[in-house]
Design a binder for this molecule. Sequence first.
Ligand SMILES: O=P(O)(O)OC[C@H]1O[C@](O)(COP(=O)(O)O)[C@@H](O)[C@@H]1O
Length: 398
Amino acid sequence: MHSAAIIVSPISNFPPRTYLFPPAIQNSPPQFSAATHPLRKMAFLGGLASKIGAVASGGDHSGAGSQTLAEYMGKGGANVGDELVVLFTHLEYACKRIAALVASPFSSSLGKISGAAVGGAERDRPKPLDIVANEIVLSSLKNSGKVAVMASEEDDAPVWLADDGPFVVVLDPLDGSRNIDASIPTGTIFGIYKKLEEIDHLPVEEKSLLNSLQSGTKLIASGYVLYSSATLLCASFGSGTHGFTLDHSTGDFILTHPDIKIPPRGQIYSVNDARYFDWPEGLRRYIDTVRQGKGKHPKKYSARYICSLVADFHRTLLYGGIAMNPRDHLRLVYEANPLSFLAEQAGGKGSDGKVRILSLQPVKLHQRLPLFLGSPDDIEELESYGDVQQKVNPGYDV
Ligand SMILES: O=P(O)(O)OC[C@H]1O[C@](O)(COP(=O)(O)O)[C@@H](O)[C@@H]1O
């Protein structure tokens, strides 16, 4: 959390113009023939990549590999309404800028906390990269004219943007940025609500807060953008969860993973298990059991943990199993609700270890909680162990 007004010095190193495409390709020299022109090659590869993605995702692929996100949202597709299309166009643009930023030579230095040694709560302090990402999204959402309030993990309080904006956006602009030095994937997470018209008469501070504290059951859309070997935007508008891969040759997000269905059961658990000795007995027993293949699924589970929520969640959505953080660390409003909405829309579950995440009424903007996301059978089995929430949360150095 920080005040959005603090812009620290390394940002001045950030180039004023963010290139979406490599400069060499933007100004491609004339000696290339039509057949060997880099743009043509990239377009071909982009199309190929979309098709490969579509094949890899399994399931019904009608439209996969050719439909853009804008087309999907439009009248010939999900028909989500013009106002939401405008909002999304601006959000997409912001995420493309963040994608370019995290892939740039500046990301490593912007990813470092300046000043004192890192440790404990210090570890969670925002880095310049988080702050720039936050500013990028804020400016895009403001320009959209469609957002009344934006509540960001990086800000102490929600920001009121436009009286006539029909939507409320909650988000974590850049999750996992502590990994950026090692070029490990990062992500943006967002949730969208309708503005509560009935409280329009309240003072700005009050209505900003109440609009942002809506229950997850009121989400009209949510999504994440994964910045990895591919930049992938996964979204749900309340009718399934769909993945769109950024085609760098055109700048479009292309539908590559239509109607993602999480496997009912996986064989992977994802958790920071260096915390094993801080876990309650139930969670230890659960992990010990599935590791040995002695749970309801008679196979030994494997572990995968990137320590980057969007990446760990994305893998879980595709392969099944559980992605978890059993301590009070992740935020209900910005992370748990939007990702639980996506999990449920894909046939999965989001739980705090006891109850459905979406059933929780947020009481504080930056409320933290244990989070378990994944395959329905795995989540149910985990919950049956009862005691899975890590209550000891000493603050960790790394
Ligand atoms: O230290 P832990 O408990 O493994 O937490 C790691 C998690 O924290 C995060 O880095 C998010 O932390 P922040 O919200 O403080 O950035 C996730 O990406 C990751 O899943």
